[in-house]
Design a protein around this ligand. Structure first.
Ligand SMILES: Nc1ncnc2c1ncn2[C@@H]1O[C@H](COP(=O)(O)OP(=O)(O)O)[C@@H](O)[C@H]1O
Ligand SMILES: [Mg+2]
Length: 571
């Protein structure tokens, strides 16, 4: 019963919104239960009055009552099933949405911890299990309990003495079942985790198929998948072994009960204290009673499975972001950005070991350093994807955490090597994230990004559709669309994180020209490997060993920064 309590307390708040549907469903349950018990009760009258007493007037009444009673049961079942299914589907819709809504609020560090496949599995599989609980388990559970109570009433009414004997067997049946339930709960936990393992293994395989083929690693991947698959199989088999034991066990116990009833009931009919009709009505009700009890124990076990899914879903729903914005608006005019002794690591491993520098308005800051040196990490902190463990990041003397998150991110335009282009018009791609598309601003951004000449020549101009991943554009064109997107909100800070690394020299030149053109009133960071990408940088920040080892003009660095000389040399 504990699991029902957990589930019920979890869903209480949501179930409130379905009171009308819920009332009809409950009414249906009661109708179905009365119909079931009524059909058992009627057997006494049918047998005693029609077959034994040969009462002809009742011959033309009782059959109609029988039909009415069955109709009551059918209608009740229909109402209950339809309305509970409605509640279930509607709750799934709400939960899926809430879950994604909450996930999208969470910090990046959360997404680093959980794998994509697992998140998808939670948003589909687990939530579907919850629907199962709401629309079939809880209502079935309730209906079977009501039915059991009504049937018990018939049993006791027909013969209290017999009822006592028949029903002592029941408690004995419950104990082994509760042991089984515990076992099934354990397996179900494990098997759900395994589904997550499998989906994430599959999604890893399919997203990296080229790499797998290129490395002839198909066998290795298959081997890895095989072990997940087999562990999943074994868990399912174990769970099946225990859960299929429940039915035969119940039936054997039931047969013992029936045997006792026949012995005692037979002797009562023979001695005349019970009518034949009464006895058959009693045994029918008793037989019927095994169905709801069997169902209740089955549902109880299934419920364990649902509790696990519910807990996992609510665990995600209750996650809250650690990075929360303040209430400061981003300043109209940006004067400076300062890092003061900033320290940060994604885990225990410290990546930035005290980074300090100051960038002023109109400056283009090149950032260079070895791969994996922490260049992108500096940007991640500036975007507040993560918070520094130590030190300060200031924008015009205000702590970065004092700004509204939305206002901060709206004022930072970022272009990376990875470009997210989706299947929609150019205008929608450029104005991505904005509530409404302002066409003039789109065109303006495209012009500044040096993209207008090729967009203008496309059929439909800004209304031309882009393929998913931008397959109908060249690499340089895609990159310029990405720059237009970054410029659309007229951000004060612009970041180019290896944006030109994959481009040819001509495309790179176009982009470095764009950067030069938009510098006024802004601070621009350019992370690049090639010296040519940062040729117009005012200052270059050289990152080495998690610290700033040089921060000066290119000429000065070439004079006195060993690390910079080395980096220039490699190129
Ligand atoms: N999300 C992450 N979780 C854990 N470690 C990370 C994460 N992102 C980057 N790192 C590690 O931090 C270091 C710096 O990465 P990064 O700032 O991306 O370097 P780069 O200078 O090449 O841009 C690397 O060693 C990288 O492995
Ligand atoms: Mg990087």
């Amino acid at each position: 019963m504990n699991s029902i309590k957990i589930i019920f307390s979890r869903f209480k708040g949501y179930l409130k919104d379905y009171i009308p549907q819920f009332c009809i469903a409950v009414l249906g349950m009661i109708m179905a239960a009365i119909g079931t018990a009524g059909s058992a009760y009627l057997i006494k009258d049918v047998l005693d009055e029609i077959f034994i007493s040969k009462n002809e007037s009742l011959l033309y009444i009782l059959p109609y009552i029988v039909v009415a009673v069955f109709f009551l049961k059918a209608l009740g079942t229909y109402l209950q099933q339809y309305f509970t299914a409605y509640i279930g589907h509607d709750m799934v819709r709400r939960f899926r949405f809430m879950l994604l809504e909450n996930l999208l609020r969470l910090d990046l560090s959360f997404f680093n911890r959980l794998r994509t496949g697992e998140l998808i599995s939670r948003n589909t599989n687990d939530i579907d299990r919850i629907r199962n609980v709401v629309s079939s388990m809880i209502p079935d559970f309730a209906r079977e309990i009501i039915t059991a109570i009504c049937l018990l009433a018939v049993v006791i009414y027909q013969s209290p003495k017999l009822a006592f004997f028949a029903l002592v067997v029941f408690p004995a049946a419950i104990y082994p079942l509760s042991l089984l339930a515990k076992k099934i709960k354990k397996y179900s936990h494990q098997s759900q985790a395994k589904i997550g393992d499998m989906t994430s293994a599959l999604s890893e395989i399919f997203t990296n198929i080229e790499i797998i083929k290129a490395n002839n690693a198909a066998d290795k991947e298959l081997e890895r998948f095989k072990s997940h698959n087999e562990r999943f199989f074994h868990l399912n088999i174990k769970a099946e072994r225990t859960s299929t034991l429940v039915n035969p066990l119940m039936e054997t116990l039931g047969a013992v009960g029936i045997a006792i009833v026949i012995i005692i009931g037979g002797s009562e009919v023979i001695s005349g204290t019970l009518s034949v009709g009464g006895f058959f009505s009693f045994t029918t009700a008793l037989f019927m009673l095994y169905t709801p009890i069997k169902r209740i124990s089955y549902l109880y076990n299934k419920m364990q499975d649902a509790v696990a899914a519910t807990e996992r879903t609510f665990e995600l729903l209750n996650q809250s972001p650690n990075i929360i914005g303040g209430n400061l608006e981003f300043p109209r005019s940006l004067l400076s950005i300062s890092f003061n002794d900033v320290r940060f690591g994604y885990d225990e491993n410290e990546i930035l070991k005290g980074v300090s520098f100051k960038a002023n308005s109109d400056e283009i800051i090149g950032i260079v350093g070895t791969s994996g040196g922490g260049k992108t990490t500096i940007i991640n902190l500036l975007m507040r994807f993560y918070d520094a463990n130590n030190g300060q990041i200031l924008i015009n003397q205000s702590e970065i955490s004092d700004f509204e998150l939305q206002s901060l991110r709206q004022n930072i335009g970022i272009v990376t090597q990875r470009i997210y282009i989706f299947n929609d018009t150019i205008a929608a791609n450029v104005a991505y994230g904005a509530k409404e598309i302002d066409e003039n601003r789109v065109i303006n951004a495209l012009k500044v990004a040096n993209a207008w000449d090729f967009v203008e020549n496309m059929e439909g101009g800004v209304h031309a559709m882009l393929d998913e991943f931008g397959a109908n554009l060249s690499g340089g064109q895609r990159q310029r669309i990405a720059i237009a997107r970054a410029l659309y909100n007229e951000p004060r800070i612009l970041i180019f994180d290896e944006a030109t690394s994959a481009l040819d020299f001509e495309s790179e030149r176009i982009i470095t020209d764009v950067i030069e053109r938009i510098r006024s009133g802004r601070i621009i960071f350019v992370i690049a490997h090639r010296q040519s990408s940062i040729k117009n940088a005012t200052k270059i920040l050289v990152l080495g060993g998690g610290k700033v080892v040089g921060f000066d003009s290119k000429e000065a660095l070439l004079q006195n920064c060993e690390a910079f000389k080395k980096l220039s040399h490699i190129e």
